[in-house]
Design a protein around this ligand. Structure first.
Ligand SMILES: [Zn+2]
Length: 243
């Protein structure tokens, strides 16, 4: 089985620690990992993971950086996507306007660089969709937790939908409902580590190796062998990130 974790963060730029995490990932069959930034610190640790461990790389500025200093991100050879970027009205409703300005600016930056985007959207799907209609983009809606209707709208715009370990949580029936509308050729899996470890690892720090639990859970949900689901999500991730 070969797996592709399309979204993980490293909270350290210490190459030895990243290598240990990646060693366990490889042992679990995780052949490719995209290290994702979103702030100065996360962009730096993701770049370190790309340079020292061969991870694919995404850099950009997320909603928490709406009022922060944002130095330009240098071009890097393994830069496969721009992100994460987007809107979060659950945690930061007070910065809505600044978040929207930053998100638009980041979508333009991805267009200039001709890169797919990695989008975070929480309790903000209408505004996210509105901006994506104004600034045509391609890429991934990561850690999807929206409604089936929102999933359909993102799919209509050509986006891939990435599912995290949340789908394994008992209370996440809404995510399982949304998963049912995502076709086999647009679904991705991710850990969003170090957060959101899937069942049976829930409560522990998450890491890319654990993407296999999300794969196995979704394969059961879709009535297909885990091998086949791993393979199709691997192919989808390759299509959007490394065409
Ligand atoms: Zn993330």
């Amino acid at each position: 089985m070969r797996l592709f974790d399309t979204h993980c963060h490293f909270e350290t730029a210490e190459a030895g620690e990243i290598a240990a995490v990646m060693e366990r990932a490889r042992a679990a069959g995780v052949e490719r990992v995209m290290a994702v930034g979103g702030s100065v610190a996360l962009n730096a640790s993701a770049t370190c993971a790309a340079e020292t461990c061969g991870c694919l790389l995404a850099c950009g500025y997320d909603r928490d950086q709406a009022l922060a200093d944002r130095p330009p991100v240098p071009d890097a050879p393994r830069l496969a996507a721009w992100g994460e970027i987007g809107l979060d009205y659950h945690y930061s409703p007070e910065t809505r306007d600044a978040q929207r300005r930053l998100f638009a600016e980041q979508l333009e930056e991805a267009r200039r660089r001709d890169l797919p985007v990695v989008i975070h959207t929480r309790e903000a799907d209408d505004d996210t969709l509105g901006l994506l209609r104004e600034i045509p983009s391609r890429g991934i809606i990561h850690c999807f937790t929206g409604t089936p209707e929102a999933a359909r709208s993102f799919l209509d715009l050509g986006f891939y939908i990435s599912i995290s370990g949340i789908v394994t949580f008992r209370a996440a029936e809404n995510v399982r409902e949304a998963v049912r509308v995502v076709p086999d050729d647009r679904i991705l899996i991710e850990t969003d580590s170090p957060f959101l470890a899937p069942v049976p690892m829930r409560g522990r720090p998450n890491e890319p190796a654990f993407v296999r639990y999300t794969c196995e859970f979704l394969a059961r949900l879709r009535n297909m062998p885990a091998e086949d689901f791993a393979e199709l999500t691997f192919a989808n991730a390759t299509a959007v990130l490394a065409p």
